[in-house]
Each structure stands twice: as structure tokens, then as C-alpha cells.
Design a protein around this ligand. Structure first.
Ligand code: GRF
Length: 218
């Protein structure tokens, strides 16, 4: 965080509904989180998350990936657009584009993602159905640092949800999403407090390497 800023400046990237974005905006507004969402960027011009940002008076940027010939060109434009805001942290919140090494290196150790599974189980898509198909008794979500490996960066915090008899993927997703909203703000609050850092491809809490992700609630 720069000296002249007392709050962590966060850029949030969305592709869809943006309910995690809303949770961060709300947490920042009621002082659970010493951070401010200073810009919201989407690859999808129709993302509802953009309207949420506008309602909150937050600047928005649309960079449609279909306007770029290569992933590298898109990543470079994304990095340039965000640099204008000098964010301390880039928070992916349902951002459905894979970011290449060019982007990840530009914001190394300062990119977070929220993923709807207990990583390393179920990286990628359709996580809820995969957990149901496997008969998992417990499912959940993970906040992790983003590296060039998809859903593979060091995990920071996980929230668990019990799988109930007869659950559909949609029902399970709704309960996981409610937990996502809590753990994303909680993990970012640790960064805002200067307690959580990324170093050597690991997450460090209070200068101790996190061997396993924090559990929420602890
Ligand atoms: C969440 O489940 C998130 O974990 C996943 O995409 C979904 C986005 O939901 N990456 P929302 O746009 O924040 O409502």
C-alpha cells in the first residue's frame, strides 16, 4: 500500500453477476474491510457487475476480449488499463478469462481469485456438479493467489459447506456463494491489515508460511 493511502486500493475483475464484487463493496463501506474498490473491469459489456459498480459510484472499464487478436494482446491491454489506477490488489470475482503469464507477472503476488471448490479439488468449471458426482460430503470455496497455473496458486482461505441429501448443483452453488461472499472480504482484510503476503510462490501470514489454507470461520 502506498504511504499516502491508508486503505488498500482494489481493482475487481468481473464477467457476470458480480455478487462477490457486491460483497466487497459492502464490506468496504461498513468498515469490515480497510480497502476501497477503486475500479471494476469486465471483459463482458453486459455484465451485471458493471451496473453494481456504477450504482456504487465506482469507475468501470470494459475490455471485450473479442476485440483482441491474441490472448497476449488482451492481457497487455488489461494490464495497461489497470495500471492507470495503480491498484494494490487485483481481485478476480467471476472473471471468466484465463490470464497469461504476461498479466500475472505485471501484478505478481497482487492478484487474488475466488474459486467455488475446495482446491486442489476441482480446478476449472462445473465444480458443484463434480463434487456431487463424486459423492463428496463436504464442498466449499477457496481464496487463492493467482499464478500462471489455472486455479493453482497458493491457497489462502477456505470455507466449507456440507453437501445435503438431494442437493442439486444449483442449491449447492447458492450455499457456497454465500460463503464466498464472506471469505473473500475476510482474506482481503488480512492483506489490508498487512498480515498476509505472497512470497516465493507461497502465502505468508504474520511472516509464517501457510502450510494449509486458513479455515473460515476459524
Ligand atoms: C463464483 O462462484 C466464483 O467463485 C466463480 O464465479 C462465480 C461468480 O459469481 N469464479 P459472482 O459473479 O461473484 O456472483
Amino acid at each position: 500500500m502506498s504511504d499516502e493511502r491508508s486503505r488498500l486500493s482494489v481493482a475487481v475483475l468481473v464477467s457476470g453477476s458480480g455478487s462477490n464484487l457486491q460483497a466487497l463493496i459492502d464490506a468496504a463501506a461498513d468498515s469490515r474491510l480497510a480497502a476501497s474498490v477503486d475500479v471494476v473491469l469486465s471483459n463482458n459489456p453486459g455484465a451485471y457487475g458493471l451496473l453494481r459498480a456504477q450504482d456504487a459510484g465506482i469507475p468501470t472499464i470494459v475490455l471485450d476480449h473479442r476485440d483482441f487478436a491474441t490472448r497476449g494482446a488482451y492481457d497487455a491491454a488489461l494490464a495497461d488499463a489497470l495500471r492507470e489506477y495503480s491498484p494494490d490488489l487485483v481481485a478476480l470475482a467471476g472473471f471468466m478469462r484465463i490470464l497469461g503469464p504476461q498479466f500475472v507477472d505485471a501484478f505478481s503476488g497482487r492478484i487474488l481469485n475466488i474459486h467455488p471448490s475446495l482446491l486442489p479439488r476441482y480446478p476449472g468449471l462445473n465444480t458443484h456438479q463434480r463434487a456431487l458426482d463424486a459423492g463428496d460430503p463436504v464442498h466449499g470455496c477457496t481464496v487463492h493467489y493467482v499464478t500462471a497455473t489455472l486455479d493453482g496458486g497458493p491457497a489462502i482461505m477456505q470455507g466449507q459447506v456440507e453437501v445435503l441429501d438431494g442437493d442439486t448443483a444449483k442449491q449447492l452453488a447458492q450455499r457456497v456463494l454465500a460463503v464466498e461472499h464472506r471469505i473473500y472480504a475476510a482474506a482481503i482484510a488480512l492483506i489490508a491489515a498487512g498480515r498476509l503476503r505472497y512470497r516465493d510462490n507461497k502465502a505468508w501470514l504474520d511472516d509464517e508460511m501457510l502450510e494449509t489454507p486458513l479455515r473460515y470461520p476459524d
